[in-house]
Design a protein around this ligand. Structure first.
Ligand code: URA
Length: 242
């Protein structure tokens, strides 16, 4: 059953009349211009339907999550600057193209963010990957930095920050503080995320207006335990253990 206020859209190829297309819940539209939401294509909606389903087992969850992660990385790369690059083809003609010149690295927020490392490696061969572990401090109930291992030259790199679920944004905000404290300019950080809550996206985008967020979907909201709804449950559990 669909949720009140959830945006619904006809999903399918253009040649199909809207009346013949299936309807599905699509991403909430949000005003933050530094948040890019992937196009709500029938493919993406079908992939999200698979991973949201509580009856989807671990092997399928991993397979379909990886396909979405791949889309996020490919879109993320579009947000990096390129320079002109002309080449000669085997038939002797010139092609005026572009190339990416900067250095990049990934930084995963443990544990769930590590699930996105392979997708990043599949697009960026031998990419350096750092890690940050942030957990809730039992005494203060606030996020606390427990561990980080980052490339020593991270200040000279574009950083793809990886975390699949943006709920309240507590850990991701702290992760960005850590990156900035190591000299990474805010506008050199791209946060790649599968599902965001509107609250999380807003907190993040307002606190770091120069940072870009690429997400597959902005969901309806958070429940009383700060799970994203309708969401997909605990991403790390479903990817690593269930
Ligand atoms: N983290 C998850 O894995 N799921 C949520 O719904 C929120 C945070």
């Amino acid at each position: 059953d669909s949720q009140p206020g959830a945006p619904s859209q006809s999903v399918g190829p253009e040649y199909q009349p809207a009346t013949q297309k299936p309807k599905a819940t699509v991403s909430t539209v949000i005003p933050q211009s530094n948040v890019t939401i992937l196009p709500q294509t029938s493919q993406l909606i079908a992939l999200l339907t698979m991973i949201r389903d509580k009856n989807t087992g671990r092997a399928d969850f991993i397979f379909y999550s990886n396909r979405i992660i791949r889309l996020l990385v490919e879109e993320g790369l579009n947000h990096l600057p390129t320079v002109e690059h002309s080449i000669t083809t085997p038939v002797g003609r010139t092609y005026s193209g572009v190339k990416f010149e900067g250095k990049i690295c990934g930084v995963s927020i443990m544990r769930a963010g590590e699930s996105m490392e392979e997708g990043l490696r599949n697009c960026c061969r031998s990419v350096r990957i750092g890690k940050i572990l942030i957990q809730r401090d039992e005494e203060t109930a606030k996020p606390k930095l427990y561990y980080d291992k980052l490339p020593e030259d991270i200040a000279d790199r574009w950083v793809m920050l990886l975390d699949p679920m943006l709920a309240t944004g507590g850990s991701a905000l702290m992760a960005v503080d850590v990156l900035k404290s190591r000299g990474v300019p805010e506008d050199h950080i791209l946060f790649l995320n599968l599902i965001a809550s509107p609250e999380g996206a807003k907190n993040f985008a307002e606190r770091f207006p120069k940072l870009r967020v690429v997400t597959a979907f902005v969901d309806q909201g958070l429940d009383e335990k700060n799970y994203i709804v309708p969401g997909l449950g605990d991403f790390g559990d479903r990817f690593y253990t269930m």
